[in-house]
Design a protein around this ligand. Structure first.
Ligand code: DAH
Length: 332
């Protein structure tokens, strides 16, 4: 029996030495030492031996099992260390590495979208305007014709800043207040786009962010009609997305436009993507900015940019747009 034990032991040690993965070490361990293992099998047969033989064979068997166990542990530790080294090597970020042509990194996906949209609109003769992210109630709501009790003023939507009188200072909830700032600062004709960051007091998930981006468009001139609005949206749709795309308007409601419409774009495969809101600038809004609605009319539209940036790059979770993981960022 001792012969057999030695043969099994040698065989197990040989297999352990040759194992290339932690899993195959585990397989040898179970084949030799497991409940139905070859060495465990000898234990059951000890009972058939005489007392003296049993002592000798028993000692041999204990030593053999200890030796195999030790070999298994040693090989497992070796392989685990190797796997860990390989994983660390794979995850390593070499901050000193110089890769000609790539070292400048790239602009954020949303910034790329903003720059492309600006290019499209500047090409159509528009200017680019910006406004503050911390706004007052007048620009974010009141001047935009939000009634005093409009639900969008409620706590669940708006982050209030602890400045001024209660609820007077807000993180802007949309880019529409920049329309007001532009009209306050500049006489018509106005052809402007206003990109920027906006804030909503919302739970974030894969399709909603509390901090996101919009682009606003405002035109005020003599004789501006709903046709100009529809035409501009369709033109920008084709310029930004491609000739195979088109747009449609659906009746809607916003306090600062009348009539109001939501707009969707149609992809070449026929599917629709809801993009944003639009409408003819409400006469009250023009008046609030000192512009005579009898002389001037205008249209406006606004839409979110984060979903655009994400869809375009197949990013399924909007929260990834805030990722700082270089392995994620390097894909774009
Ligand atoms: N500000 C609106 C929002 O955040 C979007 C919007 C609707 C902008 C209509 C506009 C507009 O300029 O005319 O939901």
């Amino acid at each position: 029996m001792i012969e057999d034990i030695r043969r099994c032991t040698d065989e197990a040690r040989e297999r352990v030495a040759g194992a290339q993965t932690v899993d195959s070490v585990r397989a040898v361990e179970s084949d030799a030492l497991g409940k139905r293992g070859t060495l465990s099998g000898f234990k059951k047969r000890l009972g058939t031996l005489s007392e003296a033989e049993r002592r000798e064979v028993g000692r041999e068997l204990n030593d053999a099992m200890a030796a195999v166990r030790a070999a298994v542990e040693a090989r497992r530790a070796e392989l685990e260390a190797g796997e860990r080294r390989a994983r660390l090597r794979g995850e390593r970020v070499d901050l000193t590495e110089v890769r000609p042509g790539r070292d400048a990194g790239h602009l954020h996906l949303v910034t790329q979208v903003i720059e492309e949209l600006e290019d499209v609109f500047v090409g159509l003769g528009f200017t680019v305007a910006e406004g503050p992210e911390v706004e007052d109630d007048w620009h974010n709501f009141t001047a935009l014709n939000f009634g005093e009790h409009h639900p969008a003023r409620e706590m669940q939507d708006t982050f209030f800043v602890g400045l001024g009188s209660p609820r007077e200072v807000v993180m802007r909830t949309h880019t529409s207040p920049v329309q007001i700032r532009v009209m306050e600062q500049q006489a018509p004709p106005i052809y402007s786009v206003m990109p920027g960051r906006v804030y909503r007091n919302e739970a974030t998930d894969a399709t909603h962010l509390a901090v996101f981006h919009q682009l606003e468009c405002l035109v005020v001139d003599r004789g501006i009609t709903f046709g100009h609005l529809a035409g501009t949206i369709d033109m920008f749709t084709k310029a930004f997305f491609g000739a195979g795309f088109s747009s449609r308007l659906r009746p809607s409601y916003f306090p600062f436009t009348e009539p109001s419409a939501e707009f969707d774009i149609q992809r070449p495969d026929g599917s629709w993507l809801e993009l944003g809101g639009s409408g003819m600038v409400h006469p009250n809004v023009l008046r609030n900015c000192g512009i005579d609605p009898e002389e001037w009319s205008g249209f406006a539209f606004g839409f979110g940019l984060d979903r655009l940036a994400a869809t375009r790059h197949g990013v399924g979770d909007l929260r990834e747009l805030a990722s700082t993981d270089i392995r994620f960022l390097e894909q774009f």
